[in-house]
Design a protein around this ligand. Sequence first.
Ligand code: 9MJ
Length: 675
Amino acid sequence: MPKEKSATQRINSLREQILEHNHKYYVLDAPEIPDAEYDRLMLELQSLEKEFPQLVTEDSPTQRVGAEPLKEFVQVKHRVPMLSLGNAFSDDDVQDFHHRVTEHLDADGMEYVVEPKLDGLAISLRYESGILVQAATRGDGATGEDVTHNIRTVKSVPLHLRGKNIPDLLEVRGEVFMPKKGFEQLNARQVKAGEKEFANPRNAAAGSLRQLDSSITASRPLSMYIYGVGEKSDSLEWSTHHEMLSTFKNLGLPVCPEIQKVQGVQELLGYYQNLGEKRNSLPYEIDGVVYKVNDLSFQTRLGFVSRAPRWAIAHKFPAQEELSKVLDIDVQVGRTGALTPVARLEPIFVGGVTVTNATLHNQDELERKDIRIGDTVIIRRAGDVIPQVVSVVLSKRPEKTEKFKLPDKCPVCDSAVIRVEGEAVARCTGGLYCAAQRKEAIKHFASRKAMDIDGLGDKLVDQFFEADLIKTVADLYQLKVDDLLKLERMGEKSVDNLLVAIEKSKKTTLPRFLFSLGIREVGEATALALASHFADLEKIEAADSDTLQKVPDVGPVVAKHIAVFFQQPHNREVVDSLLKAGIAWPAYVRENTGQILDKKTFVLTGTLSSMGRSEAKAKLQALGAKVTGSVSKNTHFVVAGADPGSKVDKAKKLEIRVLDEEEFEQLLKQPDEYL
Ligand code: 9MJ
């Protein structure tokens, strides 16, 4: 058993290491050691503290969760009031703000600090001799609530300040928020536990801080950025807001990396525009940007009106949530027979577009949210994400509404609808008898990432069906000029263009062809993996489930879908007639290992517009490639999306090939061109 003296030394060393890693992980966002190693340090510290309870201190990293839940929240008076912000909704409002500022100060130009407006809760942290002694909510600005026990569990909040020049007193203000990813994971957990989902990250953050039991808060993924100051020692002095933020960073406090210094009103609006474009790729929700006069003596001269400073303003983005009404609920049948309930909505302008429909996903989702015809609902449309029904406003529910249930007969072909146990989706059992499924199969076949038949969109496919021109995808290649000319809005020119596009589509690649068949669970990546493993179609058609499972990323379920597909005589007939019609692809060169990108190492950086990072990674891995996190001389390719980081610079230095998004997509289609 270690003696107390050596235990003290070890405890101090562990605490120091843990604090250092916390700072790197939670504040600088640049972890240095694997999570498992961090966990080992923490475990060792916990067990030493258990053995020597007299050595436990309040600021030990093990003490983030309080032992006992509180009975109630205690009120805290803010000795320096916590301010709120006035709002600007248009460029004109921003111009007016700038004029007010420059006129009041009798200045020509103006330097501002621009910050993302985090959508969370304003919190004040009080550090005395560098130790976090109190955290409080804003409340009404003059009096808030003591949430120290909960804030101590927020990992990006240091329990004590770093560095040599620790002030006697420093109160900082900032926003506690829940990052998007953590919010999604939390909601998934809530659903699993049969608990209510949170409507948005802000509500989730607020709900998490309003807990008397800090062990609940500790289980919630909260984070914090600091952007302001309250009471402080006179020894702390700055001439600008920007300087003050630098000091905060040096003291180990988390400051948002998107904060910048700009000059004049045009640069304010430029930042607003840029951050608006970046908004969806940020890991946290923002609802606008904040402009602050940088010079602190100017701030003092400008002062306040009521509780809002004259030296700052929030420029809000258009709302992403609005109310609408559910006029009806339709049921759509997809390519694989999946029944999807869709809410028809009273048109509503939200997130920059007019929304009239929103998917309700499936029966479980419908039941969870209990969405009914006639309900008033919150509609959310964030960026390019499809509109969602967030929740029902129950207080506005009309009398005599009924729970909505999916039908047990297909609304298109009247076949039975079944729901396999353990699956969320109910499906029509009609298969190719069901016109809806056939139609969707053709739309998929013609789509850009499949056979890419230019000009053959959803509307035209609908017309073909109404005119009874096609039943399967093979019929596309038998279409005659005269038949097409009979269709509405199809003149000679468009008929000609369409037939040329259909002809052109015959020259394709094996992965595209496989993907276009619409086999369940066979997406682009799986199609590519199948092609590179087998190299020819006949082998795939002949493979049984076991053989198929030798392909990387093909599990028993996918293997079964593929095998069953090719065992169906009508599917074989369609494939044969497609080949007879002249669809062909260049011979697939098979690597020895069957994986074309085997031994090639990739690094992904920046944001891809067409797919997420994990999808890109899966696609590369399906081709045998290795995907790593950092660039070294062993890296073969760096894939750079929008706003790539320093990895691209490093790649260039090491003369490693950097692919932009277009090249990357081409590589996924034709990897051999890049080898
Ligand atoms: C937010 N919500 O991100 C302020 N804020 O400054 C930023 N809020 C603020 N600043 C003075 N970045 C009062 C509120």
